[in-house]
Design a protein around this ligand. Structure first.
Ligand code: SF4
Length: 362
């Protein structure tokens, strides 16, 4: 059987070419793009500005949507977590985080993850497969439709972070394709400047991203100030150790815009990487490489069966103080959605029974 074309991953130009191969005029492609990407309609039946016979032909050969919501959880703090399934039955997780000024959607770039960060539950799934551009776009559409309704313009802007399951730089081509589709002003119009991609440190892809003109912002998950500890927490460090990683960041730095900084994410693990000495080592490391950057301290999110506890608040504050006293811009990220396993490092296709369960669509 011929594989159905996944339309959500196609740019407006590609959709125009696609409908032209069906003998339709170009404006039908633009109509289709507006329906899928601007109004976020997920079924051909809803696209009533297209003739019925065209809709019926499209449904024979293409998909307007492929992801299905399996479960949807609502946290006490308003965070929503979606557990979805691909057409081939693989888990995909997405988190919608409402914030005062703009919403943030944390999406997955892969189903599972091939890297083996020891503080992350997703690692235990292994890599199931990388997601397609269409599957990345659909995660954003599903979250926005659920929060605001199909076709409703989000009242606030949308930030995207590629910090869900997977290592985004191991799926860079599909990721960039999805970001280009979403940046179209006649679609969702979420520009790369609103997107942050977080990597465990895939050095050659960081260098590729540095050469990409419409690139998103970059965050590096560091988690340790020394190779010895990072080898243990993030085994990818054995392939690309800290100095090599920071040298790639130095190259990337040349592409930063005036107000832009590279972000280093540092998950805080009680008694593992949060001592005063480690704060000084981290500050010295970053100062030695002298990269225009900031550090986000992320209190670890408890996730059984992982053997870590979050650093106490006082420890996080002291760590921050030491970094700042050495001139490092430092922020503490407030964990969101911990109660529904939506927080960083907790995504592992986990079904939970909660009083705050808001129901499940399919
Ligand atoms: S922290 Fe990110 S890169 Fe590391 S295992 Fe988890 S999902 Fe993969």
């Amino acid at each position: 059987m011929k594989k159905a074309v996944q339309l959500t991953g196609l740019s407006q130009t590609e959709l125009v070419s696609f409908v032209e191969t069906l003998g339709e005029p170009a404006y039908r492609g633009r109509q289709l793009f507006a329906a899928l990407q601007h109004r976020r309609q997920r079924s051909f039946d809803e696209i009533t500005d297209l003739p019925k016979d065209l809709r019926s032909r499209l449904s024979d050969i293409a998909n307007a949507a492929t992801l299905k919501i399996e479960s949807r959880y609502l946290s006490d703090d308003g965070t929503r977590r979606y557990l979805m399934k691909t057409h081939d039955n693989l888990p995909v997780e997405t988190v919608f985080i409402p914030e005062e000024r703009r919403d943030t959607i944390c999406f997955s770039s892969q189903s599972g993850c091939p890297l083996q960060c020891t503080f992350c539950l997703t690692a235990q799934l292994g890599l199931l497969r990388s997601l397609t551009a269409g599957e990345i776009v659909e995660q954003i559409q599903i979250a926005l439709n659920d929060a605001y309704g199909t076709g409703v313009k989000p009242p606030r802007g949308t930030n995207l972070v590629a910090m869900g399951a997977g290592e985004p730089l191991l799926n860079l081509d599909e990721l960039l394709k999805a970001l280009r589709v979403m940046a179209d002003p006649q679609g969702m119009h979420i520009v790369p400047n609103r997107v942050t991609v977080s990597t465990a440190g895939i050095v050659p892809r960081i260098l590729d991203l540095a050469q990409t003109s419409d690139r998103p912002h970059l965050a590096i998950s560091l988690a340790a100030p020394t190779d010895e500890l990072r080898d243990e927490l993030m085994p990818i460090n054995k392939r690309w150790p800290i100095d090599e990683l920071l040298s790639a960041c130095k190259v990337f730095e040349k592409t930063l815009k005036p107000n832009e900084r590279l972000t280093f994410e540092y998950v805080m693990l009680d008694g593992v990487n949060d001592s005063d000495e480690q704060a000084r080592q981290l500050a010295n490391l970053l100062n030695r490489h002298n990269i225009k950057s900031k550090v986000n301290l992320i209190p670890h999110n408890p996730a059984d069966p992982l053997p870590y506890r979050p650093s106490p608040d006082e420890t996080v504050e002291r760590f921050k103080h030491i970094l700042e006293s050495k001139g490092v811009h430092t922020y503490v990220r407030r964990p969101r959605g911990r109660d529904i396993f939506a927080a960083c490092g907790q995504l592992a296709a986990r079904q939970v029974t909660l009083t705050s369960l808001v129901g499940a669509d399919t």
